[in-house]
Design a protein. Structure first.
Length: 74
């Protein structure tokens, strides 16, 4: 992988780390919504939401990298 790809991945990670208050309220809000819908404990709902987003970050990054590689090949 080139340096550009590593910078892109790092920028996504730094975005989520650098905005702890926004992401905290976001996770708590979605967790509370999931808690209200399913009746799961609040800590489990927030944990599931957090886990889902942490797992989705690399998928989004790889999808964007694939787009960039296809553009470079053209």
């Amino acid at each position: 992988m080139s340096i550009k790809h590593h910078r892109f991945q790092l920028s996504i990670v730094l975005f989520w780390i650098s905005m702890p208050f926004i992401s905290l309220y976001f996770y708590l809000g979605l967790g509370a919504f999931l808690h209200a819908l399913t009746g799961l404990p609040l800590w489990a709902s927030v944990g599931l939401v957090t886990l889902a987003f942490l797992l989705a970050l690399p998928l989004c990054a790889f999808h964007e990298l694939d787009k960039e590689e296809k553009r470079e090949q053209r």
